[in-house]
Ligand binder design. Sequence first.
Ligand SMILES: [Zn+2]
Length: 485
Amino acid sequence: MKFKLSILSIGLALTVFSPLSQTADLEKIQLPDMGDSSGTLISPAQELELGGAFFRQLHSQVQINEDVEIQQYIQEVGRRLVLNSDAPTNPFYFFVVLDDNINAFAGPGGYIGINSGLILMTEAESELTSVMAHEVAHVTQRHLYRAFEAASKLSIPTAAATLAAILIGIKNPAAGQAALIAVQAASVQKQIDFTRDNEQEADRIGMQTLVAANYDPRSMPTFFERLQQSSRFYGQAAPEFLRTHPVTESRISDTRSRADQYPYKQYPDSLTYLLARTKLKALTSNDNPATLHYFQATQAQGTQEQRMVARYGEALMYLKTQKLPAAEKILADLVSRYPDQAFYVSALARCHLEGKQFDKALKIYQQAIKHFPTNSALKFEYVNSLLKAGQPKVAQQALESLAGNVQEHTLYLELLAQSYADLKQMAESHRYLAEYYYAVGQTKTAILQIKLAQKEKSLNSYLGAILEERLHFFLEEEKQRRENE
Ligand SMILES: [Zn+2]
């Protein structure tokens, strides 16, 4: 069994992207009317189900970030925007896609993806949140409603695959689905390209949300300008984001004049933004010497805080390239100066872990978890360390203490499966591996894992019943998928 647990060794699986057509002309998308006689309206529950399937499907097409610190950050700022939007109770889930292409997209059920390429292009936190607020507005204004409705006429797995292919601009969906998606995509595609009206509305509503959440409204036109300039610079390879959300001169001047109506003030970046962006840069870099040099060079610039973050970046590059003493030296210094910064504390512990100094690493995590009780990233890393240190039973207890909402994280399922494997409880291990594969859109492999679990001698009747039920559920979904092929 192979687990992807080394948090800093991510190889980018970039996919080839295709341009999206800009042919749609849907100026008059209406809010859903419950009295509609067509009987094809997608219900909120159906949309959520479609959203879950869409998110699972995405995993097999792009690399979704598994770093919990980065995930925690993006979900936090996303929550802050939603709470200040016109639909604060809507379900939303924000996540990062590890992809250099500059893109952000909103799927069904409030699933909003932001590519690492876009995050790394931002020069201020408000630039990032302005794009996120724009996407939130597309969701709350239900601009994609028609697309979801068109897709919902397909079976859920097929609808999810079709939406995923379109939203992220994938050229090569799984072989069996290719022909189908080509046909279906055309009808859904027409409903998915945003019209000029949609874009203006998303800008307008998005800016209200941005201001209410105390981010800089001027960052919206600033970032749009940078996007437009980059597209001029790159020519053919214009950012994916611009294909689904065309930025025109008039959009920039409209948002500029709207932003100017707000009084000018300073909006300092949060330290967490700087740290999360730095970690993402280190994580996704495919030119380690150049990235190391960048962090070294930027230590002479900016505020004291920014210089410290650049040192953190330098340490992460040492950690990534296994120069552990150099990493430890910087991180120990950062922790002694800023004991309240969880990013520094966890990086120091990770440094000990990489050096197989398990006791040191575990001690730091134990203290840190007491110090930052709501930080689930630390708990995940603690569990990972316990497994590496050969303490699967304690690891399981720590996993159980995690809050219910993070148990949906795919890393949770991976760690749980690993802990059972280490305890030689193979039926349970296969069971959670099945759930992991299902969560990342590989239902066939999930079925295989259930069958492996069923062959285990240690199987009790309780687990046997669960396995039987899950097998039925997975098989049914595969059947639906095949019927559409
Ligand atoms: Zn847009």
